[in-house]
Design a protein around this ligand. Sequence first.
Ligand code: PHE
Length: 467
Amino acid sequence: MEKEKKGGFSSSIGFILSAAGSAVGVGNIWRFPYLAAKDGGGLFIVVYLVLVLTFGFTLLTTDIAIGRRTQKNALKAFGSIRTGWSFLGKLTFLVPAFIMTYYSVIGGWVTKYIAVYVTNKGADAAQDGYFTDFITSKAAPVVFMLVFLAVTAFIVYCGVEKGIEKFSKIIMPGLILMIIGISLFSLTLHYTDNNGVTRTGLDGAVVYLIPNLDGLTLSRFLKILLDAMSQLFFSLSVSMGIMITYGSYVKKDVNLSSSISQIEFFDTGVALLAGLMIIPAVYVFSGTEGMAFGPSLMFVSLPRVFDSMGKAGTIIGLVFFIMVAFAAITSCVSIMETLVANCMELFHASRQRTSIMIGILSAVAAFIICLGYNVLYFELPLPNGQTAQLLDLMDYISNSLLMPFISLLTCIFVGWIIKPKWIVEEMESSGHSFRRKKLYIVMIRYITPIMMAVLFIQSTGLLNILK
Ligand code: PHE
């Protein structure tokens, strides 16, 4: 009866595409390529792949199995397993609440750039200061954020099967086609600069894929490891209750083990392709020095690259930003869905009313974040050495502090309190085998908690092991 009311994914492919939709977001398309470029190309990629198959797999399995076994959302799931642990559910709930405040703001920026290319204003976007002028202006970022948020809220309002699953089934294949298309195009590019130097897309792919071991020291390697680790969390949407919620919508006969492998494959595949699309293109037109790190990669460097492509640039720019919007929408939907599902469970309210309420609250919060670039502008030094505005501060609290801390507690909870067997039983309950069972047990009890503790301590700046 409960389950009927709750709704769920109608098929395992629907679940895989929806979970992959959550996982594949701006993190894959923008953050992964710039980290890869910064951290020695292929070296970062190898480290990341190893982490996905070990840590990523462990955390994803834990979340999804908890969701399916308890049939609850994070807020109630942990407490329903062990009464004393309901605080972990509350803590987990905080992460999507923090991320929701700013994700739609970034979604709004992407929407704005779609408008730029639709109206053929790509050349303007390539000018110095265009992006800063836009985000510091008062009205435009708010308007575009509202458009993005309205679409997100609409999908959540429509429900799991008719909203999230249906949209993911259309959007995700579309995204894959676009990303493959642009990556292939990127590889065919070539350009001769004023000094007569010709660079090709294939040269750029070499820069991206071949490990650069120049000047590699232990501390640099550790830095790369931590960069890859924090990217992994954000990218797989783990330790924030999202995959618990999605897990709770999965039918009991679905083979979780193979679904999880497919989600890992999807998320990592898109990240790798995004690098193959962006790095060669930037390299061809601006060399390795042109690779800006941070938001300016997507909103400043790439518009310049599109502008250098001439006419084709307008089309490629448009397709690129539509693709990013697709990726961002399915991620934002998963964040909002988690908030909505938890609140429905908590207040016994209908999906429609809860979606509207959460939609309004999110709009207010995102509005305040937009003000962070004008009225509420500040420069706050963070313990990890970065300088933050309001948006970065929210990102720091959710991703750098809460996520490793929650993962650490979850590992202790699963590894030592309820014991890995509890998860293993759920993974095998459909009659399928749990393929990486032994690895899972070792990872959840010993290796992951240690790594999470290191990551957490490093983010708090308490122990600056890397200096
Ligand atoms: N995983 C998404 C990405 O890589 C981001 C995300 C974060 C989605 C948090 C949901 C929750 O961009």
